[in-house]
Design a protein around this ligand. Structure first.
Ligand code: HEC
Ligand code: HEC
Length: 252
């Protein structure tokens, strides 16, 4: 197998993009070691599950909600929706509770608490983290790295961005660029949670910490209404506004 086909499209895209935002010259050998560990069930108690089981397709999401290692119904208050790890190397904060400030510590917690595995060696955490940092989200070409629409983006996408940063109020929490922020927020979902990044959001259903919402349209509408309540100006998006907002979100 050639190196290129072994890396896969995402790995290749990640390598190509290394000249850009993450110029900390990642070590390809460490990334490859991390990729192997990511598929290694022996990190879990009894060797039952690997990272890649829940984050298949090069660290993406299996679109399921879990309590520990059990799949639970979406919306179960004990369940947590599996996030994509594409782009997870640069999140402002980790875990739905927003409690893990660093990637290494978050991964350690998953191995020890969720997978009930042995305390990982620092080398194991370094390799897994290097692998996760190599997973940049695929871009649609319609949105620049700072979150602004490209010149060639359809008009609906540009109108959607104006709503996102304007009347929708989204940009105050989902700060364009990272589309997240470090502070946890209450948006009427029974508690304060991390502000999730929205890159690749069209592919990460179900939505919200417990996976209670299946469709992106429903999630975006609920967010618009939650923001209105929060700022004391209740409103719902019109059908046309929601369509434009979705055109933007689907381009991320
Ligand atoms: C049983 C399924 C499952 C397995 C196995 C699993 N994860 Fe996850 N992962 C999840 C779920 C669910 C969450 C969200 C949990 C939360 O935030 O409370 C998550 C969250 C994460 C996050 C945080 C992402 C963010 O943006 O906050 C990282 C990083 C991560 N996993 C990496 C890994 C690595 C590395 C492994 C292997 C050592 C692994 N996961 C194994 C299901 C899994
Ligand atoms: C006050 C801060 C805040 C504002 C304003 C806000 N959000 Fe959110 N958003 C959050 C938080 C916090 C969550 C996670 C809540 C949870 O999981 O229960 C979230 C979750 C989401 C999700 C689900 C993502 C996923 O991976 O599950 C989408 C989609 C979303 N927001 C879009 C929007 C849009 C579109 C707007 C504007 C109309 C908006 N948000 C406004 C804080 C905010």
């Amino acid at each position: 197998m050639s190196n290129v086909s072994r890396l896969g499209v995402l790995g290749l895209a990640a390598l190509i993009s290394l000249g850009g935002a993450h110029a900390a010259s990642p070590d390809p050998t460490l990334i490859e070691k991390g990729r192997a560990l990511f598929a290694d069930k022996s990190l879990s108690a009894g060797g039952v599950i690997a990272c890649a089981n829940c984050h298949p397709n090069n660290g993406h999401t299996d679109n399921k909600s879990y309590a520990s290692l059990e799949v639970v119904a979406d919306g179960d208050p004990k369940g947590r929706s599996t996030p994509t790890l594409w782009g997870a190397g640069t999140r402002s904060v980790y875990a739905w509770a927003g409690t893990a400030p660093a990637l290494e510590g978050n991964i350690r917690g998953i191995i020890v608490n969720r997978m009930k595995g042995a305390e990982p060696a620092p080398e194991t955490l370094a390799a897994l983290s290097a692998y996760v940092r190599s997973l940049t989200p695929p871009r649609t070409g319609n949105i620049a790295d700072d979150g602004t629409p490209a010149d060639k983006a359809p008009a609906a996408v540009k109108r959607g961005f104006a709503l996102f940063t304007g009347p929708g109020g989204c940009g105050a929490c989902h700060v364009p660029g990272s589309f997240d922020k470090a502070e946890i927020e209450d948006v009427g979902t029974e508690g304060k949670f991390k502000v999730p990044s929205l890159w690749s959001v069209s592919q990460t259903a179900p939505y919200l910490h417990d996976g209670r919402t299946k469709s992106l349209a429903e999630a975006a509408k609920a967010m618009w209404e939650a923001n209105g309540k929060k700022i004391g100006k209740p409103s719902s998006p019109s059908e046309a506004q929601l369509a434009d907002l979705l055109a933007y979100l689907n381009s991320l």
